[in-house]
Design a binder for this molecule. Structure first.
Ligand code: 5GP
Length: 192
């Protein structure tokens, strides 16, 4: 998606440790016009799917998922990170290693909000090694829900998570695909 690529080139900052900072427009201050265009683009890409729910993970996925959900007309469920897991049987639980913080979180979703009747679209801001997506698909699996697709804002392709998920059979649509990046240069690519 040209608009997102141009914005990354204009305002993205490459930090040490392979982190692209996009906090001036995507995940701290949020440019709602841009987020609307991203939501419309996922709706166009997944037009052939009857999505019943959008699933994301707190915290930075929530903003883009909420905007996207307006184009799908469905609720958003966000997986919650917790460090004090209280296993009372009403929760789907999994573990996710955070890329940006290096910690392992227990991640939970209430059983009330996802079921085997759901056809889920997973949305997240970034895809790096794929740990967040492994956690979210594990939660959908426990619910017996179908994962119709995965919509990502920015995929850092060289970290391998996107191709790992595609090899597992998931349809992953990333609006910006970074093939390589350094402090001086960000190179975009396309699938194939
Ligand atoms: P993964 O689980 O695929 O390794 O990483 C995905 C998660 O880590 C995303 O939810 C995102 O919040 C965070 N993340 C990964 N790479 C970056 C990055 O380059 N910049 C930012 N801001 N967040 C990232």
């Amino acid at each position: 998606m040209k608009l997102l690529e141009e914005r990354i080139l204009k305002d993205g900052i490459v930090k040490m440790g392979n982190v692209l900072k996009v906090d001036s427009f995507l995940n701290h201050q949020m440019d709602i016009e841009l987020l609307n265009e991203m939501g419309k683009e996922w709706k166009r890409l997944f037009a052939d799917e009857k999505i019943s729910k959008i699933l994301t993970i707190e915290s930075s996925g929530i903003g883009i998922a909420v905007i996207a959900a307006q184009y799908f007309g469905v609720p958003v469920v966000f997986a919650k990170k917790t460090q004090t897991l209280n296993l009372d049987g009403d929760l789907y639980t999994t573990k996710v290693e955070s890329f940006t913080h290096g910690k392992v979180y227990d991640v939970v979703v209430s059983k009330k909000f996802i079921s085997e009747d759901d056809n889920i679209l997973i949305i997240d801001d970034f895809l790096a090694n794929g740990n967040a997506l492994l956690g979210l698909t594990h939660i959908a699996e426990q619910a017996g829900a179908k994962v119709a697709g995965i919509g990502i804002g920015i995929e850092k392709r060289y970290q391998g998570g996107g191709d790992m998920m595609r090899n597992k059979g998931y349809r992953v649509e990333s609006l910006a695909l970074i093939e390589r990046m350094s402090e001086k240069n960000i190179e975009f690519g396309t699938l194939n």
